[in-house]
Design a protein around this ligand. Structure first.
Ligand code: ZN
Length: 275
């Protein structure tokens, strides 16, 4: 049974995971973290293990998971693999992400990004020696396009991307939370009872991770709906306060804060600016 390694990058206060699956002869990486340093840390772990990287698989279309790809695959012949939907969303949004992330992260946001080089159809199985993975394409959810990767025949280890953050604040600004909730329902039903979920942020967990995620999304959207949006700043602060008491940890709080106004706008709560 292939072994799984987690590499957590905490560059610039942004904890995010990449994983390596170690087979008999080669390695497969899942996600690449956000930054140059994070991607290099994955590369260093690959070198320490001492087996070639066969492929880098991407779970979803957010830059904190593909940004470091250029550093992960440098010097290797690894293909970068994603479903067509994930690939299209990454390419479409990369320029917008550059404009947002360059001022936040400077040179830690790679100057040159690597995009998928191999597309895999939804549901397809993928084998590298004794490493077998199946992709489940989800469509819009946490990001504009999500997928998850299931390891082995019994699929009891799942690289679930950001379907479930493990007790960290979450990003909802893309506005597809209703789809996200539907994915959570489907995954709770479909995944084995003893599944190990290896998320994009935080520690691995069982299926309860998906229940926690549902609770967070419902609390967040409820707090936005409850805000008195005639006063933007006050309403925003109320949501931030509500979520800070829902989850005491500060991890990724900036992602939650970035999500308040987009979700309020999507719910039709923001009046046109009077300034
Ligand atoms: Zn993420």
């Amino acid at each position: 049974m292939p072994e799984t390694h987690r590499i957590e990058s905490e560059v610039a206060g942004t904890p995010v995971n990449a994983y390596l699956v170690e087979g008999e002869r080669e390695l497969v990486a899942i996600d690449a973290t956000l930054t140059v340093s994070g991607g290099r840390a994955v590369r260093e772990r690959i070198e320490a293990i001492g087996k070639p990287l066969a492929a880098l698989l991407l779970t979803h279309a957010h830059p904190d998971h593909y940004g470091g790809a250029v550093e992960v695959v440098v010097g290797s012949e690894a293909s970068v693999v994603a479903t067509p939907g994930v690939d299209a969303a990454i390419r479409r949004d990369d320029e917008t992400k550059e404009a947002i992330l360059r001022p936040m992260f400077g040179d830690e946001w790679p100057r040159e990004r690597t995009f998928p080089t191999q597309l895999i159809e939804p549901g397809a199985e993928f084998a590298f020696g004794d490493i077998e993975l199946t992709v489940r394409d989800l469509g819009p959810g946490e990001s504009p396009h999500d997928s998850i990767w299931l390891l082995g025949d019994d699929q009891s280890t799942v690289f679930c991307g950001d379907q479930g953050y493990n007790r960290m604040h979450c990003y909802l600004a893309d506005g597809h939370w209703e789809n996200w909730l539907a994915h959570l329902d489907a995954l709770v039903t479909d995944l084995p009872a003893d599944v190990t979920l290896l998320p994009g942020h935080g520690d691995g967990a069982g299926r309860e991770l998906l229940d926690w995620q549902r609770g967070y999304i419902e609390c967040f959207v409820g707090a936005v709906r409850a805000g008195a949006w005639s006063d933007h700043e006050r309403a925003k602060q109320e949501v931030v306060d509500a979520m800070a008491s829902y989850l005491e940890a500060d991890d990724l709080r900036f992602l939650m804060e970035l999500s308040v106004e987009p979700v309020a706008a999507q719910l039709g709560l923001l009046e046109p600016s009077r300034s």
